[in-house]
Structures are given as C-alpha cells and as structure tokens.
Design a protein around this ligand. Structure first.
Ligand code: SF4
Length: 463
C-alpha cells in the first residue's frame, strides 16, 4: 500500500486512532464483506483482543465498534450524535444495515473484551462473526488495527511489501522507502522532499475526477486548526472518570492577556506551543473531531508546530503549510513502513516520537531547510523520544498523553532549529534511529504497550 499524505493525516474522532477509528473502520469493513457475499445474518458478535481488550474501555473501542456497525464512518460522524446513537442501540439492540436489513446486536452481550493472550498477528486484534438464527457462524473475519486508523486482515498483514515496492506499484515517480533512498532521489533529481512527495501524490491521485492536491492539503490543515480552536474555547472536565480538567483555554487566555506586557517568564513561545498541542489533545480526549498526525494520541504535535510556524515565524503562509504537511507525511510513511506508529506495537516513542519527527521535518522544510537538514531534524526529534513507553492512566488518552504532546511539539521546534543551524551532516542517520525504535519496541514488555499494566498507569492512584 502506498502511504499517502491523506493516509497519515485522516479526519476522524477521538480518543484513539488505533482503538477508536480503527475499530470503527473495521466494523464497516466487515459489513461490506457481508454485503459483497450476499449474506444476511441474524446476529453479529465481536471480540476484542490484546491491547484493544485491556485499554478498549478507556479508549472507547466498544463505542467505536457499535458506531461502525451502525453504519458510521470516522471522517463524517458528528460527535454530537454519538450519545443518541448509543442510547438507541442499547435500547433496540438492532442494527439497520444498508443493503442487508435489520441484524440483532446487543452491545452488552455481543461485544466481548477478551483478556486472554493477544491474537498472533498483532496486539490490536478483533474477530467479527456473523451468525444465523440458530447461532451458527456463517462468516468470520479477523482484523487488526495497526495504528493511525489503518486496518488490515491477517493476509494483508503477512503480505505487506516494503514501502519502496508499494510506492513503485502505485506508479509513484520517487518510490523512496527509507530516508537514505529519499535523500539519494532528491540529490539525483535536484528536487526537495516536498516536491518528490507532491509528484508521488499526483501519480496516485484518483483518475477521472478533478483532484486538487493543494485544496485537499488545505482541507486537512483547516480541520486541524478547527480542532485546535475548539480546544482553546472549551473548558470543564474530560470524560472517563479521572476528573482531569481541560487547561488549554485558561492558559490561552493568560497568554493573550500578557501580550505586550512584561511577562513573568521568558518561555512564552514554549507556552504557546504547549497550549496549541494541549487544545488538540483535550478535544481528542473528549471524543471530538480531529486529524490523525500520525495517530490520535499524538495528534496535537503537528498542528501545534504548524500554528507556531504560522503565528510566530516571519513569512508563515499557506504554501509553507502544504510543504510542511507533505514532508511530515513523507517522514511518517517511512517510520510506519520500517518500524511502527502504534503505541500498542512499540510504545509512545512510535506515537509522540513519530509525530515530533514529522513536525520537526515539516517545520525545517517550511523554513527553507535542505533535504539533508530535514532528515537531520526528524532524526534529532525521534532520537530523543527513543524508549518512551505507553502507559496511559485508566486506559484513557489523557495522562500522560495531553502534556506529552506539548513536550513533543517543543522538541520538534528545537530539533528543526538545531538542524537549521547545521549543514545537514550528522552522526546518526534517520534510518538507524527508526530501526533502533523498532528494536526497542520489540524489547519492550507488553506492560508498556498500551495495556495500562505498567508505568504511570499502575503507580498513580486514581481517585
Ligand atoms: S502514552 Fe502515548 S502512545 Fe500511549 S495512549 Fe498516550 S499518546 Fe498514545
């Protein structure tokens, strides 16, 4: 599969791309398989396995499965409709499936969190079963949510080619599958990374329709920014029972009030970066609409750094944001293909670490950095997230996730700045850093991979 900028940046709802968007997409995919097979089951049953079982309640995976089976899509669902849909399903225990008709589904009994060993293919496994009136299975599918809202079958998981092959098959003119290949193709062609990515996107654009890449990139940024603005405007307690209060609005108002005055600290830019990131991640925690970047849990870093670029850097502009998104997606695709962007696979280094690397590269490119400086920026940001575990308290994407995005954004700007001060030559290649992340993730015990069985999740008493 060619990893497009629109695969890395997808509009959806919170709180998790792997645990909310992925399951919703998987449920829709199973319904389509039933339609394609001409099947009309009497009942549907679903089991969630591995990390999806252990942190699925906190990440609203059960709600996502229900909404997906009810025909909703992460990109189009209105978060304000969710509660009413869930109440209706709990009351009627019936799905009205387009093209099939009514199917019984009782969320309380037909959706099971299986706390046994994870499925063999991946930490985030789901088994969907279609049953006839006698309870006999007439169709079954095992699907995996592999991070960033991507969903694959066991066969697709096993058959995944390297990124270069996938990109070549998509007809892309610059099929780089690693940072080394990306730099070589840039040197040979004389093109910037954003230009190569742009050419690749154009080659795989839908044929026969009027596809405007810039307009689509603008739509992604507008959705990111709208989420950020909603996060700055809202206050109150986040759902889930931890009683975590939203802080972005209050901090933002303080920052606005300090404009032009003597400030109590000299760290104002970091405060702006932090408040932008927290605004997005508070919206994510509340189940709002946002854009994966590359995941929901890490969705605050890229928008925060883009707002920093737009509001705090001279010459920040729309054209620069498009460059930012294209380059960030190129880096995110390389990381996803060669390691992982999933906290359930490699810990938070794969989520906030990847987001920080993407943002660092995007900012460096938007500020005029060379291809070598861009690769350097991504490497610095990722290197200093290596080993970071995923240990969300209460299985909710709130603590440490919200503040972690703020810190990821600060590191991204620091990394871009350090890279721009150099000439692009550096000690650790980005590919080596990505491979280190992959190996570190393999060595990490499951306690630290989105199961909430270790780290902060067991050392902080919930009250
Ligand atoms: S700790 Fe990191 S990887 Fe884990 S849920 Fe939070 S943001 Fe995602």
């Amino acid at each position: 599969m060619f990893i497009s900028v629109f695969d890395i940046f997808k509009i959806g709802i919170g709180p998790s791309s792997s645990h909310t968007m992925g399951p919703m997409v998987a449920a829709g995919r199973f319904l389509q398989e039933l339609r394609d097979g001409g099947l009309a089951p009497a009942r549907i049953a679903v089991s969630l396995h591995g990390s999806l079982a252990f942190t699925g309640k906190g990440h609203a995976s059960d709600r996502a499965i229900c909404l997906g089976l009810a025909g909703h899509d992460p990109a189009t669902i209105d978060p304000d409709d969710v509660d009413a849909e869930m109440e209706r399903l709990a009351r009627d225990c019936t799905l009205e499936v387009d093209g099939i008709g009514p199917i019984a589904f009782d969320p309380a009994n037909d959706l099971v969190f299986d706390y046994g060993p994870p499925l063999a293919g991946h930490a985030n496994g789901m088994i969907f079963r279609a049953l006839d009136a006698n309870g006999k299975a007439i169709a079954e599918d095992t699907l995996y949510s592999v991070g960033g809202g991507f969903v694959v079958s066991a066969e697709e998981l096993a058959a995944q080619d390297d990124l270069m092959t996938q990109t070549q098959e998509a007809g892309a003119p610059y099929p780089f599958g690693s940072a080394k290949e990306m730099l070589k193709m840039g040197a040979d062609s004389g093109l910037a990374i954003a230009d190569m990515k742009r050419a690749n996107e154009a080659a795989r654009a839908p044929q026969g329709i009027d596809f405007d890449l810039d307009a689509e990139l603008d739509r992604i940024w507008d959705a990111m920014n709208a989420c950020l603005q909603r996060g700055l405007a809202r206050e109150g307690e986040l759902p889930g029972g931890l009683k975590v209060k939203r802080r972005a609005r209050q901090i933002h108002e303080k920052l606005l009030g300090e404009a032009g005055k003597n400030r109590p600290f000299q760290h104002t830019v970091m405060d702006w970066l932090g408040v932008y990131a927290m605004a997005v991640n508070e919206e994510n925690a509340a189940g709002g609409t946002l854009v994966t970047a590359p995941t929901n849990g890490a969705a605050g870093v890229v928008p925060a750094v883009i707002r920093y670029y737009l509001d705090h850097c001279p010459d920040g502009c729309r054209a620069g944001i498009r460059t930012f998104l294209l380059v960030a997606a190129a880096i995110g695709g390389i990381i996803k293909a060669n390691a992982s962007i999933s906290g359930a696979e490699v810990g938070c280094q794969g989520e906030v670490g990847s987001a920080s690397a993407m943002a660092a590269a995007g900012l460096c490119a938007a500020l005029g950095g060379s291809n070598e400086q861009v690769e350097n920026a991504a490497e610095i940001a990722l290197e200093h997230h290596l080993g970071m575990t995923c240990d969300p308290i209460g299985g909710l994407v709130q603590v440490p996730c919200i503040e972690r995005n703020a810190l990821g954004a600060v590191k991204a700007v620091t990394a871009a700045s350090l890279a721009l001060r150099g000439d692009g030559s550096h000690f650790v290649p980005l590919d080596s850093c990505i491979e280190t992340m992959r190996q570190t993730g393999l060595d990490m015990t499951d306690k630290y991979k989105e199961t909430s069985k270790g780290g902060l999740a067991v050392n902080v008493v919930e009250c």
